[in-house]
Design a binder for this molecule. Structure first.
Ligand SMILES: CC(=O)SCCNC(=O)CCNC(=O)[C@H](O)C(C)(C)COP(=O)(O)OP(=O)(O)OC[C@H]1O[C@@H](n2cnc3c(N)ncnc32)[C@H](O)[C@@H]1OP(=O)(O)O
Ligand SMILES: O=CC(=O)O
Ligand SMILES: [Mg+2]
Length: 623
């Protein structure tokens, strides 16, 4: 381990400083949490010249080594992710300057918003309930405002397929799937490794340009775009996630500004002339908790429009209402984004996760088994009705959410039963007034289209119809908070553990959405498994163990983890289990479920484990 290029030596001191600053930053940004795992930040780096991992301490000079190409960065920007010529075409000096500009203008507001989230949680922990804000009553009550008219390119959003922005093949499949919209995901469905993020950016640039192709050599299949590709929406990460491979002024960039900034910079012109008919690009915005966070996005959009000289209101975004606090802020969020809004979406899985998180201190709000918390629960139905009413009142789409079922290949009867569940879910949505909905898999699209198009009878949406309006108008704070009903069981604890560990193992290995037991699992569904276990243990919930009542305790969980890990090993096979990151995932999952304080996000805690720094990936830092 002695070979090292001089460029690393030039950078070595500044790198140590950058590592140090980035760790302090993460500590502050996340309220003093999530710094347990120090491995990749402090000790593991990759030598691009020798293609080997080095301990930072072991770096030494080899003046004979050939010079390595590196990213050309603007003042104050440093790239710690692997160099790749394809990535360099995304990480251009101008694109990075654009991202750095966003970071510098908005980092203070984001930090403040994250602190306000923590402050609100402290109030909920002390017994306060989320509620409509009396101070913004006039915004909610005023009848005289509406969002900007819906752009023609996205009037019809009856079926939207979602999927990670990488792999490339999946992006092409989604665009060709027959859905009206494809939401390319940097969030719930993507593990944010450097490779995934950068390949995702390459894929989306090529998708918008219409040049995206892929060759599956093993199967001898060529993938290319069809005649009528879906319209692209892009979902950047949430405000809380840093991007540790991109440093701006010595601190990790805000993940969503990197996702948004790079995609927007490279694609806005082609998008507006090709996909958006003069509008766009289009976005989905996840996990917000308050309208002040939407105000930051508004600022980001306005800055992006101004810098690139496109008209104000070109960019449009659908906000996912997927946190409990946000359901009391829907009018305010739309009001902030009224020139840029493309409606709201029921992000049902994160919403359930957020319900548990918000009520973490409340033994009277325990969730029943995860499988029982569906849209039929009163609090979920009320949320969907209020969202529809709010959107239609302000002239924008009210999008439905994701049914977790996916096609079952080897069992026709089970497949038909799964499809029937999806049909029922979609029928409930369209009858309630939703204008469109999500599909997790291309195989579901024909059935979902049939339900939505059949109900809409040729109309592109039902924004103007009164459907759902009455039900929404009657929704109260109590309706939105009503505790869900149903049994809590040891089998539920087992299922959460089995799924949570397998998902985490996949995520650590670079896959952010996976099929498990015939259901789609992603970060949001895995979070439910984690926080539900934590909640049950924290409050010593009584669980049904086949007619016998047992208490949820750390000892019970330890036994369940051991037994479920053995079951997973038997299911996936010893070899795959050994090579995969299952043992590590089991440890993290157990620690998370038994932590004295609930961690805000599983993916934030585990993020350090997927960060790999490559010193010397950019030109010497000009801090
Ligand atoms: C809570 C939320 O945030 S929901 C939104 C975020 N979650 C998601 O987006 C999940 C999206 N869905 C998926 O990722 C996938 O469907 C999975 C992982 C659940 C299953 O994927 P696979 O195991 O590949 O499914 P399967 O083997 O049946 O795939 C068959 C074909 O369909 C394609 N496919 C499957 N799902 C998708 C998708 N969502 N988009 C595009 N293509 C897809 C596969 O690429 C494959 O193509 P091929 O025949 O050319 O090889
Ligand atoms: O992002 C969607 C969700 O359900 O969570
Ligand atoms: Mg979500």
């Amino acid at each position: 381990m002695t070979k090292f290029h001089p460029c690393h030596i030039i950078k070595d001191d500044s790198l140590q400083i950058l590592h140090y600053l980035s760790r302090i930053y993460l500590e502050l940004y996340n309220g003093g949490k999530h710094t347990r795992c120090t491995l990749p930040f402090s000790t593991h780096t990759w030598d691009r010249c020798s293609n080997e991992f080095h301990s930072t301490d072991s770096m030494a000079t080899n003046a004979a080594a050939p010079p390595c190409p590196c990213y050309d960065t603007p003042e104050g920007v440093d790239i710690l992710g692997r160099y790749d010529p394809e990535f360099a075409a995304i990480l251009t000096r101008d694109a990075l300057a654009f991202v750095a500009g966003l970071q510098r203008e908005f980092r203070g507001a984001v930090r403040y918003a994250m602190e306000r989230r923590r402050e609100a949680q402290r109030r909920y922990d002390a017994g306060e309930l989320p509620r409509f804000d009396p101070a913004t009553g006039p915004v909610r009550e005023a009848g005289g405002w509406a969002c900007a008219p819906v752009p023609p390119a996205i009037a019809d959003r009856t079926v939207e397929i979602t999927g990670p922005a990488e792999p490339r093949k999946m992006v092409i499949n989604a665009l060709n799937s027959g859905a009206k919209v494809f939401m390319a995901d940097f969030e719930d469905a993507l593990s944010p490794t450097w490779e995934n993020l950068m390949r995702g950016q390459v894929n989306l640039r090529d998708a918008v340009a219409g040049t995206i192709t892929y060759r599956d050599a093993a199967r001898g299949r060529e993938y290319r775009l069809g005649d009528r590709p879906a319209t692209l929406f892009v979902r950047p990460r949430g405000w809380h996630l840093p991007e540790a491979h991109v440093l701006v002024d010595g601190e990790p960039a805000i993940g969503c500004l990197v996702d948004f900034g790079l995609y927007f910079f490279h694609s806005h012109a082609a998008f507006r002339s090709g996909q958006g008919a003069g509008f766009g690009p289009f976005f989905y915005l996840p996990k917000m908790e308050h309208s002040r966070e939407a105000r930051i996005w508004k600022g980001v959009f306005e800055r992006a429009e101004k810098e690139t000289g496109i008209g104000r209101g070109s960019i449009r975004a659908t906000v996912l209402v997927e946190t409990l606090p946000a359901v009391f802020q829907m009018e305010e969020i739309l009001h902030e984004l009224r020139d840029h809004s493309a409606g709201l979406n029921c992000g049902r899985w994160d919403y359930i996760f957020s319900y548990v998180k918000t009520f973490r201190a409340r033994p009277d709000r325990l969730l029943p088994d995860r499988a029982l918390v569906g849209m039929a629960q009163h609090f979920m139905r009320s949320y969907s009705h209020l969202l529809i009413q709010t959107c239609h009142r302000r002239g924008v789409h009210a999008m439905g959410g994701m049914a977790a079922q996916i096609p079952i290949k080897d069992d026709a009867a089970a497949n038909e039963a799964a499809l029937e569940l999806v049909r029922k879910d979609k029928l409930r949505e369209v009858r309630a007034g939703h204008d469109g909905t999500w599909a997790a898999h291309p195989g579901l699209i024909p059935a979902i289209r049939e339900v939505f198009e059949g109900h809409l009878g040729g109309r592109p949406n039902q924004i103007d119809a009164a459907a759902g309006g009455d039900a929404g108008a009657a929704v109260t704070e109590e309706d939105l908070l009503q505790p869900p009903r149903g049994a809590r069981t040891v089998e539920g604890l087992r299922h959460n553990t089995r799924v949570g560990v397998q998902y985490l193992a996949a995520w650590l290995s670079g896959s952010g959405s996976v099929p498990l037991y015939n259901l789609m699992e992603d970060a949001a569904t895995a979070e439910i498994s984690r926080v539900q276990n934590w909640q049950w243990l924290r409050h010593g919930a009584a669980l049904d163990a086949g007619g016998v009542e047992v208490r949820a305790t750390p000892e019970l969980l330890a036994r369940v983890v051991e037994e479920e890990m053995a079951r997973v090993e038997a299911e996936v096979g010893a070899e795959r289990f050994r090579r995969g990151r299952y043992a590590e995932a089991g440890r993290i999952f157990s620690r998370q479920c038994t932590a004295p304080e609930l961690d805000d996000f599983l993916t934030l805690d585990a993020y350090n484990l997927i960060v790999v720094h490559h010193p010397g990936a950019s030109s010497p830092c000009k801090l």
